[in-house]
Design a protein around this ligand. Structure first.
Ligand code: UDP
Ligand code: MG
Length: 326
């Protein structure tokens, strides 16, 4: 194809990870094109199909046929939300990218607010949830506790009540692309890279259709990834507990000697011994488990497998994305 026939290089890339969202894709496309009418410069929509087994991929191909600004990365299987976002950034061609959930919980009109801040010169503009509709109290509460905990124990200050909905300037995208760790916690990493950062407020809507792809088990994994990739505190807990318990035992020894010398028969029973042994055994197993969590993650990093495998990439002009590139 002659160069002058190709579409202009997009200024903004909108990245949406998709896992079984057949009920949503048409509406997502409609809402995004509607909002982007007012943007006035070339843009692309990068849909990352994270191993959906419903009709999502067929719908994506239809959308691409209708509108060549729709570009698709089709994974060979499900690699997970955070990896899908990463692939989107690897392939995105824009001078800035916006990461948005496919389920329309992040309203597309907020993109314009993000862009306005970008035009003011910020490299990272995150969207802060002022209100969240249609979530269970349990999800709201655990999310709140999680962000407060992670900010307490990690060195990076993740802005409270933000998700992955954010705009990243090309500089920030290139910085993030250099980070190839497997257990990725993108909202932490995008703070870690630095640059000028700011936030805009928005109301998080209910899911447009379908149900959450983050069951409790996955959320827990995600939380563990967030904590372990930014903090050693869980590992250090063993040391703290060790010192505390050792300190207490010294007191116990002194007390026992005094009691024995004064002829007391307290603490003679086996129950005390048994309870103490079980208690310590529990603490030791927990500590081992914590070490295991880190060890497993180290193992995953050392194997150095590619982060994802692409079955097909549709519609991209420049294949500057090479997953094997470090
Ligand atoms: N998602 C994905 N891969 C997964 C799980 C989720 O690409 O393994 C996508 C999903 O399609 C959606 C986004 O990540 O666009 C957020 O997921 P979801 O809305 O289910 O999470 P929640 O908003 O309930 O936390
Ligand atoms: Mg959602």
């Amino acid at each position: 194809m002659a160069a002058n026939q190709s579409s202009p290089r997009p200024v903004l890339s909108i990245i949406a990870p998709v896992y079984n969202e057949e009920a949503i894709l048409h509406e997502l496309y409609r809402r995004i094109t509607e909002v982007m009418e007012t943007f006035g410069e070339p843009w692309e929509l990068v849909l990352v199909n994270d191993g959906s087994w419903d009709r999502s991929y067929d719908i994506m191909l239809e959308l691409h046929e209708q509108d060549p600004r729709v570009h698709i990365i089709n994974f060979s299987r499900n690699f997970g939300h955070q990896i899908a976002i990463t692939a989107g950034m690897d392939y995105a061609q824009g001078q800035a990218v916006v990461i948005i959930d496919a389920d329309l919980q992040d309203p597309p009109q907020v993109i314009l607010d993000l862009v306005a801040k970008w035009r003011e010169g910020y490299e990272v503009v995150y969207a802060i949830r002022r209100e969240r509709k249609g979530e269970t109290w349990f999800k709201l509460w655990t999310a709140k506790m999680f962000y407060r905990l992670i900010n307490k124990i990690t060195g990076v200050n993740i802005p409270l009540d933000t998700g992955d909905f954010r705009l990243l300037d090309r500089k920030a995208v290139d910085a993030l692309r250099q980070i190839r760790e497997h257990h990725r916690f993108m909202r932490g990493l995008s703070v870690w890279i630095g640059f000028r950062q700011t936030g805009v407020m928005y109301v998080r809507e209910e899911r447009f259709a379908g149900e959450t792809k983050y069951p409790f088990r996955k959320m827990l994994r995600f939380a563990m990834d967030g904590i372990t990739s930014f903090s050693y505190l869980p590992l250090q807990l063993a040391t703290y507990m060790g010192f505390t318990i050792a300190g207490l035992s010294v007191l116990g020894i002194i007390m026992t000697i005094i009691l024995r010398l004064s002829g007391s028969h307290a603490f003679e029973g086996q129950a005390t011994t048994l309870v103490m042994v079980l208690f310590l055994g529990g603490i030791q197993l927990i500590s081992l488990g914590i070490i295991g969590e880190y060890l497993g993650r180290i193992y995953d990093e050392v194997k150095n497998r590619p982060l994802y495998i692409v079955d097909e990439a549709v519609g991209f002009e420049r294949h500057h994305a090479d997953p094997t590139r470090r």
